[in-house]
Design a protein around this ligand. Sequence first.
Ligand code: GDP
Ligand code: IMO
Ligand code: MG
Length: 445
Amino acid sequence: MANVIVIGAQWGDEGKGKITDLLSKSADVVVRYQGGVNAGHTVVVKDQTFKLHLIPSGILYPETECIIGSGTVIDPKELIAELDKVEALNVSSKNLFISQTAHITMPYHRMIDQAAEERRGNKKIGTTKRGIGPTYADKSERTGIRVVDMMDTDEFAEQLKWTIDYKNVVLEKLYDLQPLDHKEVLDEYVAYADRLRSHVTDSALHIYNAAQQKKNILFEGAQGTLLDLDHGTYPYVTSSNPVAGGACIGSGVGPTTIDRVIGVAKAYTTRVGEGPFPTELDDEVGNMICEVGAEFGTTTGRRRRCGWFDGVISRYAVRINGLDCLAITKLDVLDGLDEIKVCVAYELDGERCTEMPGSARQFGRCKPIYEKMPGWKESTEHCRTLEDLPKAALDYLEFLAKLTEAPIAIVSLGASRDQTIIVEDPIHGPKRALLKENTSAFKVA
Ligand code: GDP
Ligand code: IMO
Ligand code: MG
């Protein structure tokens, strides 16, 4: 029995969907603990591609229970559309459970997200415009509407009347938008409630019971460490806590439930939306990585900004999440390069620094200090063991493991399940605490 958290170690889109799907084979329960439909997790099985937004990436295993936890924000319209899509592909949703205490994204949240971004002008965050920030803001302000409220029509009607009156003032007076009609919104959301009712549960109790029965529970993070509200590159972050600590809060389990934390990082770095990105490449190599890696957003279709692997933020992710090991994805995307760079530190105002500064302004001034490594100039997508890899690729991975001080348990070389090297069993294998100095980065003592 092992309960494992899978988190993004960069700015999101690291390949969490692929890794979660892979590990879900041995999971009884998969829990999404934060975020909403801003997430886009891709799972490729044979010739089928699933783009999941709120539904956990364990859904493709018919016996695995999938839970949308209380720390998430749920846009019911989008969730129902997603359910319809997976069901059309013959994936059953009978094992999908929705937390009764998750917050609901309402039409005014989406409207305010869009209008607020416009108002910010050149200070915009580059949000997904899915209403995520405003939904979490209402949760904190204690004016949010939760799943359990939506399920009780009388209570919901009353709550909605008050809330819509309030939000209409904001929409009209602050953003010059059309007010919403209370009855229309009520009718729309009552229909959503009826569709989702059979999935709603006390998810924290559900997870507790699973843990008591010694079932394997996998906690699937959305977004990534650097997008964390508290520990990311604020204000260019999302409004929830993707870091490992967020899994306990967003699921309602105590930290003693967790056995392992696995970080997913690309062999390079990407970012969507605004905000500092020291290793960003604004050149041919950046374009090549974007094209070969198909770096376009799963949710918004936006072109992702691409750059070299950033050892500073990756070491930070190891520390903030207490990572036991790393899964390095998309190594194959670097196959064609003559030379590969890795950022080992920054130069900030003439000084070398090896930690990310707390202020976005200072972070924006950080210049990467690179180490250069030779490329391997051959295809790796068919490699299935470390021995199959070209020597330069192996050296590259070893360098990343040493730099981040975390063993690499998984190497991914393509979107499909089989395009993977399992270096060590990520659940029962390496634990970072066991990694001794001067041993091979792939091996534990
Ligand atoms: P997530 O948000 O972390 O789940 O990642 P996304 O699904 O948004 O983006 C990752 C993209 O890379 C998806 O299109 C995956 O199918 C794809 N992918 C995952 N692992 C690999 C890999 O090792 N190599 C390549 N070429 N593509 C991969
Ligand atoms: P997955 O789970 C990458 C980014 C947005 C924006 C910032 C805030 O697929 O890795 P929001 O809509 O959350 O208020 O936007 O966060 N962002 C993501 N970037 N992957 C994601 O999810 C993201 N979810 C949000 O681009 O910069
Ligand atoms: Mg994604």
